[in-house]
Write a protein that binds this ligand. Structure first.
Ligand SMILES: Nc1nc2c(ncn2[C@@H]2O[C@H](COP(=O)(O)OP(=O)(O)OP(=O)(O)O)[C@@H](O)[C@H]2O)c(=O)[nH]1
Length: 410
């Protein structure tokens, strides 16, 4: 179900643009033209079905931002749209916890709002940990981040940081003061960097106004960024968002570098990078090579695109069967799968996988096709993965020789 975005806007033209922006961003626009109408609609609904509200500052029945305050009181994040960029209005709005404030008119604003909606949605899954001993400051940062829908945690003691990070792996950003109850925030950053890379955990240092090089020490210690106190709400939000966006970009790049473009499984390189860790964790492991039978004929009969559809379908089944293992596309129509456990249990699992592929009907455009796979399996001894793969390959060859659509193991 799509999350809803409540729009309260009496200007028909602006309302129509916002409706399109919300819809294109993947949310359900709920359009109203007055506070009274919004109240009525909202009363009928569950607040948690709403991502946020986009509220006109001056409405016919709420001329001075009353609708903004009422929505905030209902615990809905609010983006304010105003006819004016008047600093007094802007400042008044940022004194209350609105997400953002925009003056209408500038076309760029709508593009920004579209990205903001996506961000607000994504931020719900991003944990942020605030490390600050002074309660007033800690609460201030917490409240700012909650506006942007982050899942916010806060501690006043360095000793709690490691436990929080391991307990809540979705914490992706840490905001740390330069000094926490007499202890150094910079030292904390240096220690954390031995465990968490910049791509896994972004760290934002908070440096005092007369920082005497604190900001530089934060960066040298391994922080991604710093912010100087006192900061404005907008400044903090921009910095935080910038760093979270950076993590997203890095995440997307590494995902692309690690996965096979067609099937979404890991690629060969990523498989060999991950395998040693898997073998260290599981002493009794086996490697299986899986190869689609007569795949050239599939391509020749149904076309290359249908062949691609078959590859994706087979990869889907391999993925389903590899939650506790390591699967990858080796290349062409060949896949590799590492599994741990008793050899006989693994053999049965792989035979089950083979049967799943055999009974699968692949639909591509008007055509339906079926395929089978052959599997060679070998035990991995003394971490010798290459040797085990060579044995599995020989057994795969035997499986092909013996008529295909079968599993051959030790
Ligand atoms: N559609 C599609 N075909 C591919 C892809 N990569 C490799 N192939 C095709 O996979 C086929 C592999 O053929 P062969 O190595 O002769 O093996 P086979 O026909 O499966 O025969 P057996 O393995 O002996 O059962 C070739 O026709 C390749 O062009 C791909 O990404 N997509």
């Amino acid at each position: 179900m799509r999350l809803k975005v409540l729009v309260i806007e009496d200007n028909q033209q602006v309302g129509e643009i916002l409706r399109q922006v919300v819809d294109t961003a993947g949310f359900e626009p709920v359009m109203t033209t007055s506070l009274t109408q919004a109240r009525y609609l909202f009363a009928e609904d569950q607040p948690e079905t709403y991502l946020c509200a986009i509220v006109d500052y001056a409405l016919p029945d709420a001329r001075h931002g009353e609708a903004v305050r009422e929505m905030l009181d209902a615990y809905i994040p609010v983006i304010v749209m105003a006819d004016t960029d008047e600093p007094s209005v802007r400042n008044a709005m940022f004194k209350i916890p609105v997400v953002d404030y925009f003056a209408k008119g500038n076309a760029q604003v709508y593009d920004y709002i579209s990205r903001l909606l996506t961000r607000l949605d994504k931020n719900r899954a991003v944990g942020v940990l605030v490390v600050e001993a002074i309660e007033r400051k800690r609460r201030n940062i917490q409240q700012i981040l909650q506006r942007y829908n982050f899942d916010v945690f806060a501690v006043n003691d360095l000793k709690k940081v490691n436990r929080m990070l391991s307990q809540y792996p979705h914490i992706r950003l840490l905001i740390v003061a330069d000094e926490i109850a007499g202890q150094s925030g910079i030292l904390l950053v240096e220690q954390l960097r031995q465990q968490y890379s910049k791509d896994r955990l972004a760290i934002l240092g908070v440096a005092p106004d007369k920082s005497n090089g604190v900001s530089a020490s934060f960066i040298k210690g391994g922080a991604n960024d710093y912010i100087i106190e006192p900061f404005s709400v907008e400044e903090m939000l921009c910095r935080v968002q910038l760093n979270v966006d950076y993590l997203d970009v890095i995440g997307a790049l590494s995902e692309a570098a690690h996965s096979d473009w067609l099937t979404g499984l890991s690629n060969r390189r990523h498989f060999f990078a991950q395998a040693p860790d898997f073998l260290r964790r599981f002493k009794s492991s086996q490697v299986a090579l899986l190869d689609i039978d007569h795949f050239k004929m599939v391509n020749d009969t149904y076309g290359h695109d249908a062949g691609d559809a078959a590859l994706k379908a087979v990869a889907g089944i391999i993925k389903q069967n590899s939650a506790d293992g390591l699967a990858a596309r080796m290349g062409g129509e060949e896949f590799v799968l590492l599994l741990h456990g008793e050899p006989e249990v693994i053999r049965q699992r792989l035979d089950g996988l083979r049967q799943q592929v055999e009974s699968l009907t692949i639909r591509y455009r008007q055509q339906t096709l079926q395929c089978t796979i052959s599997i060679g399996v070998a035990q991995i001894r003394s971490f010798e993965l290459d040797a085990a793969i060579a044995s599995a390959d020989k057994r795969l060859y035997c499986a092909k020789q013996q008529g295909r659509n079968r599993v051959i193991s030790d």
